[in-house]
Every structure is written in structure tokens, then in C-alpha cells.
Design a protein around this ligand. Structure first.
Ligand code: TXA
Ligand code: MG
Length: 321
């Protein structure tokens, strides 16, 4: 982890300052970075991903003070959440400062900011000395990359530098929290669990989906159809799906069916180990999406902790192309 040579980081930082694109690891997923205050550079992100122009980007910075400078209002809850979870998988949405280009925020008057924890991301941000806008480094609609090769498969030579930090630790994107309302509200569940946020700022408000453009789009979907199946229904669902051809299953230690003719089984972890599920899920969805299987069945994960985010991503993946 974080073994990239100093000159690689320097090369990536130079590319960012020159308005080019860099793929880098964060503790959640790999990001596709560009100079956040350079509108031309940010446009390259939207083009490379095929991302709708009204889906705003998260700006990555080295610390809370740098985040604050991108906003025009910084409530006390922002201080408390930053203190508790930064650096880490939490994104805060606040009224945007004038100098943040509209293209970066998808035309919104708000800005999303995050201080990532991954040592390579931190070295890159420090060397670049500019705020870095970075969505997940996948083609729009595909599962987020948790390994550098996944980003490369989606984005190829549109990127000036790929920094390899090995597989990401969390495996799911950051939790996006809107701090503009009366109470903080989750716009996208992610790597910091709801209960952990409530422990810091008290009861949360209802997230208004209209305020989170990203949630309007289909996401996280491999090409192979994905279905979530309750643990007790797995055996029957597998049998049923096998009539249509080979089947892959992602299931817990406790509920994984035995492998069989036409059936590939991936055991992802204990049912209550939602962190292990988050860590492995996107990579498995990509690996199993090589055309071998007619369907990917996934045991419905537990909803505790980051399980809320797992359920959210799998529901979107299962929506179908
Ligand atoms: O963990 C992560 O958050 C990763 C790493 C690279 O940091 N990034 C990531 O970015 O997942 P992206 O672009 O794939 O997802 C950003 C989400 C989208 O749902 C977007 O709509 C939402 O954050 N978002 C960004 N700015 C926003 C804003 N101003 N208001 C509301 N939602 C916003
Ligand atoms: Mg994304």
C-alpha cells in the first residue's frame, strides 16, 4: 500500500496542476481527479466518464481548513463531523464559495467536500497544492473501481497518470451528508455508518433525494443481470436461475450454497462482517462480469453499519440495464 515512488506522486501532482486527469486511490474507491478550480480540467472528467453534466463532483482537500475555504457557510455541525471523521469516508455538502466553478458543482449553489485518509491520496493532495475534484474512477453507470486495473479498464489512455495503491480498504464510496438543512441529512449512505454520524450530531433529518443528483442515475451495474436474494431463498433462486445457464453466487460463510454444475460460488465473509462485504463486493461484481454467467445472485446483506450502503448499491445494481 502507498508504495508509489515519490517521483510518481510528483508526476501526478504536476499533471493535476497542468489540467490533466489522474487516477488515485482513496480509502473508499479509486478517484478520477482533476484541478477542481480549473473548469477546463473538470470538463475532462465529465467527458472521460461519460457523466451527465448535472451530476456534481466531490472536491478533495488536505484538511478541514482547506474544505472551509471552498464554502460560504460552515456550521458548527461541520466542525464536529470533520473532527470525528476526517480524514475519512465522509463528504459534507455546504453552500459553495464564489470561486468554485459551476461545472465542478454541476451548476448547483452547493459544494461537496471531503478529506480522504489514504496516504497516497494525501501525498498527492499535498504535492499538488490545489483542491482536487474526483468522482469514482469508473465509466458512468459501472461499479466503482476498488483496484487500479478496474479504473484502467474503464478509462484507458484518457488519464495522464495512474497511481496504484493496491486494493482500497473500505470498498464503498463515502457517506454524503447535507449540512444545509435544519438537521444534517444523509444524501448517500457510505463508508461512515448512519449511527456513527448520529452519535456525533444527534438525530438526522430526511435526505431530500432531489438534492442529490447522483442518486437519480442508475449505478454500480455490471453488464450481467444482478439479483439480490434473501438468505432463506438462495437455494431455490439458484436452482431456478440454473435453468437459464451458468450462475454466480456471492454469499456469506453461513449461507453459501455448495458449488455445483454450472454454479460458481464466492464466499464474501461472515454475514455480520459488513466491512468485509463492502471491501470485496465491487471487485467481485467486476470479476464475475466477464460473460461467463447468465446471472449474478447476491445474498441480501445485513443492514447494520455500512450494510445500509451495501443495500443501496446492490438495489441500484439490480435495477437492470
Ligand atoms: O468515496 C467517494 O466519495 C469517492 C472517492 C473518489 O472520494 N467519490 C465518489 O464520487 O463516489 P462520485 O462522483 O462517484 O459520487 C459523488 C456523489 C454523487 O452522488 C453526487 O451527486 C453527490 O456526491 N454530490 C456531489 N456534490 C454534491 C452537491 N453539491 N450536492 C448534492 N450531492 C452532491
Ligand atoms: Mg461514482
Amino acid at each position: 500500500m502507498a508504495t508509489a515512488a515519490a517521483d510518481e506522486v510528483q508526476r501526478a501532482a504536476d499533471a493535476l496542476r497542468q489540467g490533466r486527469l489522474v487516477v488515485f486511490p482513496t480509502e473508499t474507491v479509486y478517484g478520477l481527479g482533476a484541478h477542481a478550480l480549473d473548469a477546463e480540467a473538470v470538463r475532462r472528467i465529465f467527458a472521460a466518464k461519460g457523466r451527465p453534466a448535472d451530476n456534481p463532483l466531490i472536491i478533495h482537500v488536505t484538511d478541514a481548513a482547506a474544505a472551509k475555504r471552498l464554502t460560504r457557510h460552515w456550521p458548527e455541525a461541520a466542525d464536529r463531523l470533520a473532527e470525528a471523521f476526517w480524514p475519512g469516508p465522509l463528504t459534507l455538502v455546504l453552500p459553495k464559495a464564489e470561486h468554485v466553478p459551476d461545472v465542478t458543482t454541476g451548476g448547483l449553489d452547493s459544494v461537496a467536500v471531503r478529506v480522504p485518509a489514504h496516504p497516497l491520496a494525501r501525498r498527492l493532495l499535498e504535492a499538488a497544492g490545489v483542491p482536487v475534484a474526483a468522482p469514482s474512477a469508473n465509466r458512468s453507470g459501472r461499479p466503482s473501481p476498488t483496484r487500479v486495473q478496474d479504473a484502467r479498464a474503464d478509462l484507458g489512455d484518457q488519464v495522464a497518470v495512474y497511481l496504484d495503491g493496491g486494493p482500497t480498504q473500505v470498498g464503498l464510496e463515502s457517506t454524503v451528508v447535507d449540512l444545509r438543512g435544519e438537521r444534517p441529512a444523509i444524501l448517500r449512505p457510505g463508508g461512515v455508518a448512519r449511527a456513527a454520524i448520529e452519535a456525533v450530531v444527534g438525530p438526522l433529518g430526511a435526505g431530500d433525494p432531489a438534492r442529490s443528483p447522483g442518486t437519480r442515475y442508475r449505478h454500480y451495474a455490471p453488464r450481467t443481470p444482478v439479483r439480490m436474494v434473501a438468505p432463506e431463498g438462495l437455494a431455490a433462486a439458484v436452482e431456478d436461475a440454473l435453468h437459464q445457464g451458468p450462475v454466480a453466487v456471492i454469499a456469506s460463510d453461513e449461507n453459501a450454497p455448495p458449488p455445483g454444475e454450472g454454479l460458481h460460488v464466492e464466499v464474501i465473509g461472515r454475514r455480520d462482517d459488513v466491512d468485509a462485504w463492502a471491501h470485496g463486493l465491487f471487485a467481485l461484481l467486476r470479476d464475475l462480469d466477464d460473460g461467463t454467467y447468465g446471472a449474478i445472485l447476491v445474498e441480501t446483506p445485513s443492514d447494520h453499519g455500512v450494510g445500509e450502503a451495501l443495500l443501496d448499491r446492490l438495489r441500484r445494481a439490480a435495477d437492470g440495464p
